[in-house]
Ligand binder design. Structure first.
Ligand code: ZN
Length: 800
């Protein structure tokens, strides 16, 4: 058993914090990650990867992409020249410093500490004398970014992100101070927060933050400094939202006052950061009105707007929550940042209410839709986390908007902070991962040692070692999934409603315990060597969605313990999974494979692959073994097909295309994009031109150009008819049906227009069919003229 090493500076700072903590706060307090040493085979390697690979990588990227230069330019230490894309690029540096601070607390690294110190110096030099810190303005570029107003703050409710930058600065400064005891970044944050206090408030600047996060940042600065002005300002920023003085918008939750909001709407990251901030301000001020709002919003999300993977924000249109039960799989947005924000929010809800249902949701996010955001090599990332793919999704090494990347680096090292919590002599065990933790209760100090095979096995041993024998209460969370509850609502349910009984013992004896708010509660006098042993039945469950979730009709998902599974191409016959059908009563087996994807439990069942055939609507079926991997691990072996929701009804599967002229053709185009080319001949019938659930080809952001697509046939054919289904995502998107199009056939080395016998039409939501005098040829080409102001796309192209 390894001992936790805590630097003296950190102990001093934590003591200082506790000395100042006389104000109201959450009734339950988390046990800080610095007191919990995780030593398991699941999380520890992932956190080490983050510290050793991802943090240095992101720091290097911040340098390479000019994010560090932005600060040097603001300090007049280099010419302005070309600057980065977004006014919020400063926050990537703040977030990676936050991550590095956490990592330094877990393991000393003088080289990293020196880098962080020198970056803080660079940040300090970019701060204006009155505390303003926003490189995009301070560097005085020849032309201000279009999101920025001439005067400070004015465009913050829209897009300037000045207050968003401040919020992430405060989060980073709080982490850096608590982890290292150094005040260098904290002083920069305080100077900036003092400026905000001076500039904002009743009778002063009355703008709300366009992208929330400063509210929770201010709450953290208030906890550290005890300056009530910071808490008042956080409350002010919440209370002016939607007060009618500036026109608000659902997009950033300013359409009505926050206390009148009862449904989750708009941009999901903004929303979840705001709900977190509302919880913080409610805890620190005792204002119940915020709580009433976020209690309702939480129910709305968990009942109608969360994916089985824990992802939120169904639509890329505004990176936003969709309508109730609008949870499409292939076009799911489910941004990694939104998952992180949702963990923050659910943790606060638990600290407020002490109910395990919030940790059930938190655990679901953590092991699935959040963890999927980072690759196993630590340097590839997902921004959206879809639940199905035709191969169009691929992890990226970087995004010009890098929010999710820097967010993951700061989140990973903080995970041990979600394992335990306390309220006086009530100790909560929330998450299961092997660790050793040192916790101070009023009655005694206690060392807890957890040993478990989680998340693959449900055995958990909790050794409770008080410094001296004392009475206190241990609340051990019984996960919802171990009680046949897929989620604390009727949005998802397990097909098998019968729960396998739990086994819990203390010192090898069955003892009486109460179940309270989802916890097994043990109130006794504990002494060194006491052991709680628990066996959580980790049966393989088939999950069904609420009937109103249209995309999941006729489908089930697989879950074992907290882990949600998916089918992925490399494990299944013919590298396809969209065509698979598995009977709802099929027996599913599981086995642990050390060598696969860093060591995972794989599931398998008998199923069928389906394919279309010519001249018949009946599907061809072929038996095969169907294999599933944990969802979080997908897309680590290249792009390819994937799905979480597996059809048990043939009609909802996407059978392999029948061998037609088109499906046997080689596709090329003026796009040179093999993934998009697959769209044209996949025989998927779009619901309408704006169907995002299928693969489509598009020329966005080009406009007013002439483009082409081409089929090279497998052999010479005589053809006389072609049909095209256009992609058009108007009025919000950038694609429309084309201005015009024309078909050519290959004659020797020349492209010759076909002799069409009906006119070319251009239609939305249906096929445009053109018939022509039969030609014998080896290739066809369509020339597409894009509209003057828009791009165009194509769903399907049929040849007869
Ligand atoms: Zn993001």
């Amino acid at each position: 058993m390894k001992k936790l090493v805590i630097t003296t500076a950190a102990i001093a700072s934590v003591n200082l914090l506790h000395a100042q903590k006389q104000h109201a706060d959450y009734p339950i307090q988390p046990i800080d990650f610095t007191h919990v040493h995780v030593n398991d085979d699941f999380w520890r390697p992932k956190m080490e990867m983050n510290a050793i690979v991802t943090i240095p990588y992101v720091l290097q990227k911040c340098r390479e992409t000019g994010r560090v230069d932005n600060f040097l330019k603001a300090a007049s230490k280099m010419p302005v020249g070309k600057i980065t894309d977004f006014p919020f690029d400063d926050t990537d540096l703040y977030k990676v410093i936050e991550g590095a601070s956490y990592a330094l607390q877990v393991k000393k690294d003088p080289k990293l500490e020196m880098q962080v110190d020198s970056l803080i110096d660079i940040i300090k030099n970019a701060q204006e004398p009155d505390g303003y810190l926003y490189t995009f303005r301070t560097m005085k570029p020849p032309k201000l970014h279009e999101w920025i107003s001439v005067n400070r703050w004015e465009k913050d409710p829209e897009l300037s992100h000045e207050l968003y930058n401040s919020g992430h600065l405060y989060e980073a400064a709080a982490a850096h101070y608590l982890a290292t005891g150094k005040k260098s970044l904290l002083n920069i944050a305080i100077k900036n927060a003092d400026l905000l206090v001076k500039d904002f408030g009743p009778g002063k600047a009355a703008y709300w933050p366009g992208h929330q996060v400063v509210e929770m940042g201010l709450a953290k600065l208030y906890r550290i400094t005890g300056k009530k002005e910071y808490l008042d300002l956080a409350k002010f920023f919440l209370d002016i939202r939607g007060d009618g003085n500036i026109k608000g918008d659902k997009y950033n939750q300013s359409h009505i006052r926050v206390t009148e909001q009862h449904e989750a709407v708009g941009h999901a990251v903004r929303a979840a950061y705001m709900y977190t901030g509302m919880a913080d301000v409610a805890a620190l001020t005792g204002d119940k009105k915020y709580l009433e709002a976020i209690d309702d919003i939480w129910n709305d999300v968990v009942q109608k707007k969360i994916y089985l993977t824990g992802g939120i924000g169904a639509t890329g249109n505004g990176e936003a929550f969709g309508a109730a039960y609008e949870l499409p799989n292939m076009s799911a947005y489910a941004e990694t940042c939104a998952s992180i924000a949702n963990v923050y929010w659910n943790n606060r809800m638990f600290l407020m209410h002490g109910d395990a249902k919030y940790i059930d949701v938190l655990e679901k996010i953590l092991y699935n839709g959040l963890l999927s955001g980072i690759s196993q090599d630590g340097v590839h990332f997902f921004y959206p986390n879809p639940l199905a793919s035709m191969g169009q999704h691929r992890r990226s090494a970087w995004f010009s908007c890098a929010c999710c990347i820097s967010n993951v680096t700061r989140f990973m090292p903080s995970i041990p902070g979600y394992v335990y919590a306390k309220n006086n002599n009530d100790l909560y065990v929330n998450l299961f991962m092997s660790n050793s933790a040192d916790i101070s209760l009023p009655s005694t100090k206690v060392n807890i040692v957890q040993e478990t095979g989680y998340p693959w096995q449900g055995n958990v041993t909790i050794a409770v070692n008080p410094a001296r024998a004392s009475a206190f209460t241990v609340h051990v969370r019984i996960p919802g999934w171990a009680r046949q509850e897929a989620i604390p609502s009727d949005l998802y349910k397990f097909d098998d409603a019968t729960a396998t009984p739990l086994k819990i013992s203390v010192n090898g004896k069955n003892v009486e315990y109460k179940i309270e708010k989802g916890y097994a509660v043990f109130n006794r006098k504990w002494q060194k060597g006491d052991k709680i042993e628990m066996y959580l039945p980790m049966d393989i469950e088939k999950v069904l969605a609420h009937e109103k979730v249209a995309d999941n009709k006729g489908r089930f998902a697989l879950q074992k313990g907290p882990i949600v599974y998916c089918l992925e191409a490399p494990d299944n016959a013919g590298n396809t999974v969209q065509n698979i059908v598995v009977d709802k009563n099929a027996k599913v087996d599981g086995g642990y494979y050390e060598a696969v994807l860093g060591g995972v439990m794989l599931l398998s069942a008998d199923g069928n692959s389906t394919s279309r055939q010519l001249n018949s609507d009946e599907l061809l079926k072929k038996e095969q073994i169907v294999k599933a991997i944990p969802y979080y691990a997908w897309n680590n072996r290249g792009a390819g097909e994937m799905e979480v929701w597996i059809p048990y009804i043939e009609s909802v599967a996407r059978p392999k295309p029948a061998p037609t002229i088109a499906s046997k053709s080689t596709v090329s185009s003026s796009l040179n994009n093999a993934r998009m080319h697959r769209a044209l001949n996949d025989q998927y019938e779009p619901q309408n031109s704006n169907d995002h659930s299928a693969l489509y080809l598009h020329w966005w952001p080009r406009k007013a150009t002439t483009e082409w697509v081409q089929y090279d046939f497998a052999q010479e054919y005589t053809v006389s008819e072609t049909s095209v289904y256009w992609f058009d995502d108007g009025p919000s998107g950038g694609c429309r049906i084309p201005a015009s199009w024309k078909l050519f056939y290959k004659d020797g080395d020349n492209w010759v227009p076909v002799n069409n016998t009906n006119a070319y039409t251009v239609s939305k939501d249906k096929y445009d069919v053109v018939k022509f005098t039969p030609v014998k040829t080896t290739a066809l080409r369509i020339e597409v003229r894009l509209p003057n102001d828009f791009a165009t796309g194509m769903h399907e192209w049929i040849v007869k």
